[in-house]
Ligand binder design. Structure first.
Ligand code: ACO
Length: 320
């Protein structure tokens, strides 16, 4: 049986940046409120000609290049997204066509902010079971397209972008374990309405609704728990982890999980100030940043975790 190892990372952020100050002229909000409550200073926003698959394509090509893998070698593509280009075909299928891979397995995972972690978990199982040898896992989101720009409780928080990894079958150690969970009883705390159903009724668009304070409380509790569960499953202790890559939802949530892990903040990869919450893209975006700026080195142990609408949550413990 092979291990599954991350051999390359890549990312893409749209050129346009919207600062907190930019919101002050259209909403009853302030740079001070947004930064103090979330840690966000700015977010990237997709251009009209761009799509989730076009962002995913750039991130994927960067990851392929880093891994030294040609697109034609890829036999599995998983895109974690809640903002697909189309209801179907999947964004993974559109990406498969753009990259020009062979006729590989390609599908989307809809697990809100945990979409990338779910994708990594599925790829890990595929590779260990012998069903794939070289996989592309992407988290990509055009969140600005599901924002109601009159709702200050959501639109100041989310940003757009894409992050990708190449995962290959390997005899070396790689992904140590992945963990995926869900609990649908919380479905009304964080959701996007169904545009297909609603359009038939009143032409409504899809918008995100979030009961932030209630989400916050469950997120802190759940993420702290999953950190313990992940280490326990591997017979490891907190000090065995070199880097924490948390989902970038809120700096206060990140701080409390880091505290629980007794992890100094210089060992936590934080991108929220510059990128906001990019949902499924946030973990691979942060991973790529820290790999490319030389913080994360080969052989180091990285704990990734995410939490999102559903609720769905998950983690991955990985040797790079
Ligand atoms: N500017 C100014 N005031 C605001 C804004 C804003 N942008 N947004 C809300 N407020 C107001 C509220 O109306 C409220 O006013 P009131 O007291 O008069 O009613 C007050 O600020 C406090 O609101 P809370 O919702 O209690 O603020 P909180 O401190 O909880 O911060 C936040 C809100 C940032 C959303 C936080 O709750 C949070 O981060 N929650 C978790 C989000 C998360 O983890 N999501 C999961 C992943 S995302 C995904 O899956 C897609």
């Amino acid at each position: 049986m092979f291990n599954a190892r991350i051999t390359g990372t890549g990312s893409y952020l749209p050129e346009k940046i919207v600062s907190n100050k930019d919101f002050e002229s259209i909403l009853d909000t302030s740079d001070e409120w947004i930064y103090a409550r979330t840690g966000i200073k700015q977010r990237h926003v997709i251009a009209p000609h761009e799509t989730t698959s076009s962002m995913a394509e750039i991130a994927a090509n960067n990851a392929l290049q880093a891994a030294g893998v040609d697109a034609s070698e890829i036999d599995l593509i998983i895109v974690g997204t809640s903002t697909p280009d189309r209801v179907f075909p999947s964004t993974a299928c559109l990406l498969q066509n753009k990259l020009g891979t062979g006729d590989c397995v390609a599908f989307d995972v809809q697990a809100a902010c945990s979409g990338f972690i779910y994708g990594l978990g599925i790829a890990n199982q595929f590779i260990k079971a012998g069903g794939a040898k070289k996989a592309l896992i992407i988290g990509a989101e055009a969140n600005s397209r599901i924002m109601n720009y009159e709702d200050r409780t959501t639109c100041v928080i989310f940003g757009d972008g894409a992050g990708a990894v190449v995962v290959e079958a390997s005899e070396e150690t790689g992904i140590l374990s992945t963990h995926m969970n869900s609990d649908g009883q919380y479905q009304d705390l964080l959701y996007v309405n169904n545009p297909i159903k609603d359009q038939k009724q009143d032409g409504a668009q899809a918008y995100m609704t979030m009961h932030g304070n209630d989400v916050y409380k469950v997120a802190v509790k759940t993420l702290s728990r999953i950190v313990d569960e992940t280490l326990e499953a591997n017979g490891m202790v907190k000090s065995d982890v070199d880097w924490l890559i948390p989902h970038q939802a809120n700096i206060r949530i990140i701080n409390s999980v880091a505290k629980k892990l007794k992890m100094p903040m210089d060992k936590v990869v934080v991108t929220i100030a510059e990128q906001g919450n990019t949902s499924a893209a946030s973990v691979p975006l942060a991973l790529d940043k820290a790999v490319r700026d030389g913080r994360i080195k080969p052989g180091e142990t990285v704990l990734m975790e995410a939490f999102g609408g559903g609720f769905v949550w998950g983690s991955a413990l990985v040797t790079m």
